[in-house]
Design a protein around this ligand. Sequence first.
Ligand code: 5GP
Ligand code: SF4
Ligand code: MG
Length: 466
Amino acid sequence: CGVFGAIGLTDAANFVALGLHALQHRGQEAGGIVSHDPEVGFNSARRFGYVRDNFTKASLMDTLPGPLAIGHVRYSTAGSKGQTQIRDVQPFFGEFSMGGAAIAHNGNITNANALRKELIERGSIFQSSSDSECIIHLMARSLQRNIPERMKDALRRVEGAFSIVAMTRTKLIGVRDPLGVRPLVLGRLGDGWVLSSETCALDILGAEFIREIAPGEMVVISADKGVESFQPFERTKPRFCIFEHVYFSRPDSILGGRSVYETRHAIGVELAKEAPVDADLVCPVPDSGTPAAIGFSQQSGIPYAMGIIRNQYMGRTFIEPTEQIRNMGVRLKLNVNRALIRGKRVILVDDSVVRGTTSRKIKQMILDAGAAEVHFRIASPPTAWPCFYGVDTPERSKLLAANMSEEEMRAYLEVDSLKFISLDGLYRAVGEAKGRNSEAPQYCDACFSGEYPVAPSDMIANGFEL
Ligand code: 5GP
Ligand code: SF4
Ligand code: MG
């Protein structure tokens, strides 16, 4: 998901809508904005579909006045089953003592089932099935005397990954979980401030990138006091999601001081060193494989070519929620550039193999177009474990790499060769010259290693075995 907030700007919701538009790659199912105006109070609008189609001047924007607003773009993750319901679209908003608050959450709360059960037994009235709603109820129940303090209380009970943008009537709040699994950055725009999942959404507004919110940090931003910083949690070594670098973030964003594009390019260079192969063309599976394919081509000297053309008007395949739509998706979105491919030995570079559905279809399309050989090079290690921290991966039984060796996967995909970047190679590409520190890994890489930095307690209670 993507989160964005703005304070101290005339009609802040307009800036939030633009910010969310730049974060649309983080979630395409639905979006929402909550604003606050001193005269009219809180207002909220939540809709299915793209930000650009819903949050236009003619329709919703006039209903979201005020100098303070937050928003969310949603893609459903682990806990949610099937199609998103409108009740699960964020931001969540509630009025309780101290005037109420709204929150937008990116990540996944790994003890949400347990918290929800406890809260319902104690009388909380839930309106959604979302894990994130727990935070609002925990805040409403806290006995602290102001909302930031209530939020600290609430978040100390929450396990898992959270980058949160929240608002009271007068304050914009940003928080990252102690491991800092998901990104969150602070920007300055004129006299106002913005919080965003990624820096690419600052660029669209012409806002100045000030800094990242640190793992475990809470910032409270108000007109009178500016930005105040707090450390509500016990300090621990951060474990940022390494898959943000591989796939999730936009290539023009800066994560942890590193350009996402440069990291992906470096992954391609590493891949070409680790798994060279003689071929005629290097083709990306667009768009997620593109920077790595450029790196692979430059390192190997094999020409780069657009062997697959993407229809720009389709969303991300994987993000479509049902298996059936996902299966159709590849063909709706990607087509082979036949004239280029015929008779060629082709290296295809993609970011990841999850179920293997995409790779199998693409391989078939490339062969149908007359390719002589197909070689897959994958910009992440084999995805053998589900993510419980906010990226939608299926259960283990559906993960190709959880059930097959690399050679079995190659045979199943029916390609001439298949190689994944090593975990160390990936760490080198994100700037860790010595690779992964296996004693104390620098990143979360649980979907590749099975080492979960936060025990997924709800899942374990449901029988998930580590
Ligand atoms: P598969 O078809 O193997 O199940 O999925 C892999 C494809 O899904 C890749 O092309 C990748 O770009 C795309 N993808 C989209 N969203 C995600 C995600 O959240 N996680 C992973 N691992 N891949 C994703
Ligand atoms: Fe990121 Fe994978 Fe960790 Fe999930 S399990 S937070 S996708 S590295
Ligand atoms: Mg892809």
